[in-house]
Design a protein. Sequence first.
Length: 85
Amino acid sequence: MCLGVPMKIVEIVSSYKAYAELMGVKRPVYTELIPDIKAGQYVLVHAGFAIEILNEDEAEKRIHLFQEILDKEDANEKQRDIQRL
């Protein structure tokens, strides 16, 4: 299964590299596939490459879904810890 992660471009480094952020984590992203990318835009990132520009509403929806998944995983982990006691 492939997973594309919505991230916000926070810094353009060169014509082929930028930094993107999601949930406080900043990562390098290669931008060769989207040559006119600008800081502040949201992109879909797969395997370190920006593969699609997302509008802000769509990016926020996807980020919210990721946060829900993380929250459920945290709750499940806490439940497993309680069961071990």
